[in-house]
Structure formats: structure tokens, C-alpha cells
Design a protein around this ligand. Structure first.
Ligand SMILES: Nc1ncnc2c1ncn2[C@@H]1O[C@H](COP(=O)(O)OP(=O)(O)O)[C@@H](O)[C@H]1O
Ligand SMILES: Nc1ccn([C@@H]2O[C@H](COP(=O)(O)OP(=O)(O)O)[C@@H](O)[C@H]2O)c(=O)n1
Length: 211
């Protein structure tokens, strides 16, 4: 089974995808980390504007680098939103994501274009959203819990800028696939989102819920 989870920044995709993967015994790929990794490599080389260098980095990504905590920084996220608009970078990362999805026993992938481009035949597609204010609140709490200094207004501005870039780029823009189910999590906690997602996926795939 392949489950595609897409949606804007800090909507709760990763949290949900991890829990779904555990529940269904599937592998999980946070595809945002791939773009973050490419961005960080380019930032270190002071070459964030160089699409060809980005594609080269994407082709030679070391999977071990994906667990580097530096990828979680706001700078890496903002950089990812820049390099993800380069078609060469998206192309270089496409096959790797498809291979990951195709391997047994199946996978949950979360990102921006999983249901539309990477896995258009996924068994279930969820489009996870929340208001920009709620997403900024969640991201602020997350950064605070990591001991980082937080300016929630700046986070909200970054989220809005990222939404705009992600939704308006020419290649694989952020949007719900025609057959995706939209899950608005603005007023739902993570447990409620998980329960709603299970009900949707079990319904779509004809599974009987585990007792
Ligand atoms: N439904 C929810 N309600 C409140 N906080 C949530 C919810 N889902 C996730 N979070 C928290 O919000 C932050 C962003 O979630 P995350 O899963 O990383 O989002 P994304 O992968 O979409 O960027 C994390 O700190 C996470 O613990
Ligand atoms: N499948 C994907 C995943 C991420 N991305 C880009 O990578 C950036 C960072 O993604 P992320 O999922 O790690 O970001 P958050 O939602 O966690 O903030 C996004 O803003 C997108 O521009 C993408 O274009 N396609």
C-alpha cells in the first residue's frame, strides 16, 4: 500500500505520516528532507541560486545526511523552498522517491507533490491543511521546545511566503490531487487527525479497522 500525504508547511504531515507508517507497518519518507539536504549543501557552498549545482547535489545525496539535525532549521526549510522550484532538482530526486515508494511492503510519503507527481496511483491520498496562524503557532512551539528563540510573527511571515512560493512555482506546485481527501486539522489535535486519517484510509482501501 502507498499512502501520499501532501500539504503546506507545519500542517502536521510528518507527524501524521510517521504514525500512519507505524500503524500499517509501512516505511516512511519525509520528502521535505531531500530538498532541505540539497539546500543545506548549496548554502554551505554559497550557491543557493545555482540550479545545476543543486541537481548535482541531489544526484549524490548521502542517505546518512538525511538524519542531520541541521536539516530541521528554519534556514534549511526556507532554502528548501527555493531549491524545490528548480525543475532539475525535482527531476534528480524523482526516481529515488518512486523507488522508495515501490519497495515492499509499501510506504507513506509526505511532501508537496506526492499525490500529484511522485505517486499518482497511491492507494490513498490525504491533503493536510491548517490555517497559517495555527501552523505558525505549532512551529513556534516546536522551536521553543528545542530551546530556540522564537518570533511568531516572523514565523507566520515565513510560512505565508513559503505557501506562496510552493503554490505558484511552475513545476509540481503544491496542490491537492483531484482524488485527494482534504483534512483540515486547524482545530484537531494530533490524535484526532490520526483517527480521522485511519478512517479515511480504511474506507478508501476497503480495510476493516483493527479492533
Ligand atoms: N494536529 C496537531 N495539533 C497540534 N500540533 C500538531 C498537530 N500535528 C502536528 N503538530 C505539531 O506541529 C509541528 C509541525 O508538525 P509536522 O508534523 O512537523 O508538520 P509538517 O511535516 O507538515 O511540517 C510539530 O511540532 C508537531 O508536533
Ligand atoms: N515533496 C516536496 C517536499 C518538500 N518540498 C519543498 O521543501 C520545502 C521544505 O519542506 P518540508 O516538508 O521539510 O517543510 P515543512 O513543511 O516541514 O516546513 C517546502 O517548502 C517545499 O518547497 C517540495 O517542493 N516537495
Amino acid at each position: 500500500m502507498i499512502v501520499a500525504i501532501d500539504g503546506p508547511a507545519a500542517s502536521g504531515k510528518g507527524t501524521l505520516a510517521r504514525r500512519l507508517a507505524r500503524h500499517y507497518g509501512l516505511r516512511h519518507l519525509d520528502t521535505g528532507l531531500l530538498y532541505r539536504a540539497v539546500a543545506l549543501k548549496l548554502i554551505h557552498r554559497d550557491m543557493l541560486e545555482d540550479a545545476e549545482a543543486g541537481a548535482e547535489e541531489a544526484r549524490h545525496l548521502d542517505p546518512a545526511f538525511l538524519s542531520d539535525s541541521a536539516l530541521r532549521s528554519e534556514a534549511a526549510g526556507a532554502g528548501a523552498s527555493v531549491v524545490s522550484s528548480y525543475p532539475q532538482v525535482r527531476q534528480a530526486l524523482l526516481e529515488m522517491q518512486r523507488r522508495f515508494a515501490a519497495e515492499a511492503p509499501g510506504a507513506v510519503l509526505d511532501g508537496r507533490d506526492i499525490g500529484t507527481v511522485i505517486c499518482p496511483d497511491a492507494d490513498a491520498k490525504l491533503f493536510v491543511i491548517a490555517s497559517p496562524e495555527e501552523r505558525a503557532r505549532r512551529r513556534a512551539l516546536e522551536l521553543e521546545s528545542r530551546g530556540e528563540e522564537v518570533d511568531e510573527a516572523a514565523i507566520l511571515a515565513d510560512i505565508r511566503a513559503r505557501d506562496h512560493r510552493d503554490m505558484n512555482r511552475a513545476t509540481a506546485p503544491l496542490k491537492a490531487a483531484d482524488d485527494a481527501v482534504t483534512l483540515d486539522t486547524t482545530t484537531l489535535d494530533a490524535d484526532a487527525v490520526f483517527a480521522a486519517a485511519i478512517a479515511i484510509i480504511d474506507g478508501l482501501t476497503g480495510r476493516t479497522p483493527a479492533s
